[in-house]
Design a protein around this ligand. Structure first.
Ligand SMILES: O=c1[nH]c(=O)n([C@H]2C[C@H](O)[C@@H](COP(=O)(O)O)O2)cc1CO
Length: 140
């Protein structure tokens, strides 16, 4: 199963270690096309590889279109994540958003209020394991 994982990059990298753990969990279920979201130093790597913002956008949207399911960590607000969610919903992909309610930012109504998006609140990656199992099973 092809999975797109979405998480903040230019919106702020405070949660990158957590993204890495979520990517590891998702890799038990299939191929995470956007695994770089959970890797430290990707911006420097992309710069070194000479990728323009246009290249990043086009590759990202291609992976998003290819994915069978989309899982997003939405605690750190990110324009790119919001954009990916909007496109995933428009393509009628199953979308699961993971949100930590103790965070500084309240989750956008455009996500929580979207009937086409499932939102799960959690505190630790361990709590998410069974949620991911169940989400994948339903959409396999
Ligand atoms: O360098 C990048 N590579 C990349 O894949 N993205 C995609 C994947 C992430 O889910 C999302 C993050 O958006 P933002 O950078 O606005 O926080 O956009 C975003 C950037 C930078 O905007």
């Amino acid at each position: 199963m092809d999975i797109f994982f979405s998480g903040s990059i230019r919106g702020g990298r405070d949660d990158v270690d957590l993204y890495g753990k979520l990517v590891d969990l998702l890799q038990q279920h299939g191929t995470v096309l956007s695994e770089h979201v959970g890797t430290e130093g990707i911006e420097a790597d992309q710069k070194e590889a000479g990728l323009s913002d246009g290249d990043i956008h086009d590759q990202d949207v291609a992976w998003l279109q290819q994915a069978e399911i989309v899982v997003a960590e939405v605690t750190t607000p990110s324009l790119g994540v919001g954009y990916e969610l909007g496109r995933a919903v428009a393509w009628e992909k199953p979308v699961l958003c993971l949100y930590r309610p103790d965070a500084e930012h309240e989750l956008s109504a455009m996500v929580r209020g979207n009937g086409a998006v499932e939102v799960t609140e959690y505190r630790t990656p361990a709590e998410v394991e069974s949620v991911l199992d169940e989400f994948v099973r339903r959409h396999r």
